[in-house]
Design a protein around this ligand. Structure first.
Ligand code: KIV
Length: 268
């Protein structure tokens, strides 16, 4: 490991010096290479993979096998980012021993540096067991997509005093259990700011306003490849979907018109 590599320790240092943390999801090797060149700190192999790449409607069908395969692909393209892989639905819900082994698989077989687990206070005991097994864990509270059916849809969390207090408590308990960073998804900006100031570990926001210690976006949203509803918190930095569609259509037109391949693309 080179000294320039981002580690769980450097993330804490970034928080201390108010240097914002940059995190983007990726599911393949070329995207990981580009994120390294672009200066990302964390690559998150998110289970958003299920929607962005595998064509599911939720993250629930994503399996450990999917996560291991895509984590390996990302790790092949990684140089110095901290690669964190999501623990998918039910990988943690069927007993702590199995959960720790699943987390270990993402490091041993996938090559990730850390794992991310969704859930608040109820996940803290399990987080402690993973940390004691030398597995670095990132937490994730607020809108936790694996609980979409329990939450009644994708909606802002932590509104109202009781819900906000619950999230504050979740954050503190998870920090005490040993997480190295915490994703705050879809919660009011003011609450996210308060939680970020209360914690010693860094927070990474998505739909959680500007006062988190870092920000994460889903690669396909950021690039403008995702179709359908564009959540309010997404900024599309490019329209790669439109550019790709144009290129595919042009190729189809040229093949049918006999224009491709030309002499410059043919062997004599
Ligand atoms: O799966 C994912 O991409 C995530 C981010 C949205 C934080 O969990």
């Amino acid at each position: 490991m080179s000294p320039e590599n981002v580690t769980t320790i450097s993330l804490r240092q970034f928080k201390k010096t108010a240097r914002k943390i940059v995190c983007v999801t990726a599911y393949d090797c070329p995207t990981a290479r580009m994120l390294n060149r672009a200066g990302a700190d964390i690559i998150l192999v998110g289970d958003s993979l299920g929607m962005t790449v595998l064509g599911y409607e939720t993250t629930i069908p994503v399996t450990m096998e999917d996560m291991v395969r895509h984590t390996r692909a990302v790790v092949r393209g990684n140089a110095g980012c901290l690669v964190t892989a999501d623990l998918p639905f039910l990988s943690c819900g069927a007993g702590d021993e199995r959960a720790v082994l699943n987390a270990g698989r993402l490091l041993q077989e996938g090559g990730a540096h850390a794992v991310k687990i969704e859930g608040g206070e109820f996940a803290a005991e399990l987080v402690g067991k993973m940390v004691r097994a030398a597995i670095p864990v990132m937490g994730h509270i607020g809108l936790t997509p694996q609980s979409v059916f329990q939450l009644g849809g994708y909606r802002v969390q932590g509104r109202g005093n009781a819900a906000a207090e619950r999230l504050r408590r979740d954050a503190r308990v998870l920090q005490d259990a040993g997480i190295f960073a915490l994703v705050l998804e879809c919660i009011p900006a003011e609450l996210a700011g308060e939680i970020s100031r209360e914690l010693e570990i860094p927070t990474i926001g998505i739909g959680a306003g500007p006062d988190c210690d870092g920000q994460v976006l889903v690669c396909h949203d950021l690039l403008g490849i995702s179709t359908g509803v564009n959540p309010k918190f997404v900024k599309r930095y490019a329209e790669v979907g439109e550019i790709s569609l144009k290129a595919f259509s042009e190729f189809a037109r040229e093949v049918r018109a006999g224009k491709f391949p030309g002499p410059e693309h043919s062997f004599k």
